[in-house]
Design a protein around this ligand. Structure first.
Ligand code: 2AM
Length: 193
């Protein structure tokens, strides 16, 4: 099983992202149902490892929060742009959540992830030999943003590689802690025990 842990995105946010997917020839855009924010790529594991991971993910405690998507950018590899991504307005809270998930993965017996974590949503990827001019696309979509939306769970996904690209299946969902509201201010978190 090829697994990863990610935040799903609401339908209307994925529809906004789909609006960014066009205007560059010769690239493969991510299908709207596949948009997500990867928190931890796990890779190929057996049932036992997956069970251990699930147990530890279920013990993660983190308060639910709100965020919006904001901006677009690129990652480069060996001097070539290899993907375009959409960004987030609160990357630090995603880093904090991913740190809890990383700790859970380590408790489950996985090696600590050594690569720096840069939260993003992949929009498209390029093959290194076919690099179109993406300057106009970046300039046109630079001010991309969405309304804020609630994040109240994260998910364990299985990636199945097929002829038409990857298909992602949710194996399990993990609820974030609910806030308790007294008037306008969230001053405590619900105790789920
Ligand atoms: P991405 O988040 O940048 O798109 C499922 O394949 C998800 O895991 C994808 O979203 C992908 O990256 C991420 N992923 C795939 N292979 C990876 C790897 N070797 N290391 C880190 N993340 C990977």
């Amino acid at each position: 099983m090829r697994l990863f842990v990610a935040l799903p995105l609401p339908t209307e946010i994925r529809a906004s992202l789909a609006g960014l997917c066009g205007g560059i020839a010769g690239t493969r855009w991510i299908e709207p149902e596949n948009f997500h924010i990867t928190l931890r790529f796990i890779g190929d594991v057996g049932r036992g490892e997956a069970d251990d991971l699930h147990t530890e993910l279920a013990s993660v405690r983190f308060p639910e929060f709100e965020m919006a998507l904001s901006g677009i950018g690129t990652f480069e590899r060996r001097g070539h742009v290899h993907m375009i991504w959409a960004g987030l307005d609160r990357p630090q809270i995603i880093v904090d959540l991913r740190d809890r998930i990383e700790a859970a993965a380590v408790r489950a017996g996985f090696q600590r992830e050594s690569r720096k974590f840069k939260p993003h949503i992949t929009l498209c990827r390029f093959k290194s030999h076919s690099m179109p001019d993406i300057g106009p696309y970046l300039a046109m979509n630079n001010d991309f943003s969405t309304a804020a939306f609630a994040v109240d769970h994260f998910s364990l996904y299985q990636s199945r590689l097929g002829h038409g690209g990857a298909r992602y299946e949710v194996l399990s969902q993990y609820r974030l802690e609910q806030r308790v509201y007294y008037g306008d201010d969230a001053v405590a978190f619900a105790d789920r025990s």
